[in-house]
Write a protein that binds this ligand. Structure first.
Ligand SMILES: *[C@@H]1O[C@H](CO)[C@@H](O)[C@H](O)[C@H]1NC(C)=O
Length: 355
């Protein structure tokens, strides 16, 4: 009996030791990526009803054409992640399909049971080592389509749809210890102390809840509201709906980079990873359709179909504060709060304001 028990114990111990490297391999991170950048990487809960899921960068390029002022311009063919930086700042990667027909490729890849977007690279991790143990790790997420939601929940008041969508979380580390996490939400976002965030089953990786369609990232589930800049309709606001829908672990389908703030340049940890697309300064989607286009609706300056966004290089990768510079106060929350118009500028006990 005694012997049998210890054999089981030894086998269990061996299994534990052997399972460690396998788990690491699954993340496919090249050697050199700081282990804490992987260990504390956020996981995302996508909304269960969101048809527009994380998308493969290269697939997006296959279904878009470089256009300037709606006209096709000369471009490398085929476009790929190494040659995208041959395109100018005025280029819009414009859908080859009429986007209102909901072509399959804009729906991205549904994460499997392990949270992996199979056969696609849908995320980029960018590490900015500022020296003295100060490291900002950016976790960039890509979607081929952003559905802007409904103003006041009315089905005819749908604004802010666009082709291409880059969202990000940023963790500020000090000597390998996570301090704060930035959650991007539309033109702004929220910052929280790492210690108060809801964590994944391992107790380490913070959870981010993705807005249905908009993919804005929130620290807590449920409904969040946000005003639309310059939208002066009385009560004109949008809600983001989040829930524990589909688990996505972006790390399982990610490229990894080092970013140098002094030279504003990217480098890789291995030879196989492309970088050209990170230097592309143009837009990842269609240009806002003119009002002469029958798909377009424009009310009080808000377009139903907005222009696609710029890429990761435009996310202030060398920021001083945890928040990007956007004219707003940078409040590092010490308590979990939903995004809400009423709470946005309030300071609570435990909050830190960065100036
Ligand atoms: C989620 O988004 C889809 C379309 O993008 C919409 O049909 C559905 O009603 C939305 N659900 C919620 C709860 O917002």
């Amino acid at each position: 009996m005694m012997v049998a028990f210890s054999t089981v114990a030894v086998a269990a111990f061996a299994a534990l030791v052997l399972s460690a490297p396998t788990k690491h391999e699954k993340r496919q991170a090249p050697a050199g990526v700081p282990d804490y950048v992987l260990k504390y990487a956020p996981v995302v809960y996508l909304h269960g009803q969101d048809p527009y899921l994380p998308s493969d960068f290269q697939t997006h390029l296959l279904h878009t054409t470089a256009r300037v002022n709606y006209n096709v311009v000369e471009a490398p063919s085929p476009l790929d992640l190494n040659n995208l930086d041959a395109l100018g700042i005025d280029v819009y990667l414009t859908s080859n399909d009429d986007i209102t027909t909901n072509p399959g490729w804009i729906k991205g890849i549904k994460p499997d049971g392990n949270g992996k977007t199979d056969n696609g690279v849908t995320s980029a991790v960018i590490v900015n080592d500022k020296g003295n143990g100060n490291v900002d790790a950016f976790y960039m997420h890509f979607y081929s389509y952003n559905w802007g939601g409904l103003v006041l929940g009315m089905k005819d008041l749908n604004f802010g749809n666009h082709v291409g969508d880059w969202e990000h979380l940023m963790i500020r580390f000090s000597n390998g210890i996570p301090q704060y996490v930035w959650y991007s939400q539309h033109a702004n976002g929220q910052a929280f102390k790492y210690s108060i965030l809801e964590k994944h089953t391992d107790g380490l990786r913070p959870i981010a809840y993705s807005g249905n369609g908009s993919h804005a990232l929130y620290a807590i589930g449920g409904t969040h509201d946000h005003t639309i800049p310059n939208f002066n309709l009385p009560g004109g606001f949008l809600e983001d709906h989040t829930e524990r829908g589909v688990l996505w672990d972006p790390l399982q389908s990610s490229y990894y980079y080092k970013y140098d703030g002094n030279s504003n340049s990217f480098s890789t940890y291995d030879e196989a990873t492309p970088t050209g697309y990170l230097r592309f300064e143009g837009r990842w989607g269609d240009q806002e359709y003119p009002t002469s286009d029958k798909r377009q609706v424009k009310i009080f300056g808000q377009a139903k179909f907005a222009s696609g966004p710029t890429g990761p290089r435009d996310k202030q990768l060398n920021r001083n504060n945890v928040c990007p510079e956007n004219g707003k106060e940078c409040i590092l929350r010490g308590i979990l709060l939903p995004r809400s118009r009423d709470l946005e500028d309030k300071i609570f006990e435990g909050d830190v304001v960065q100036r």
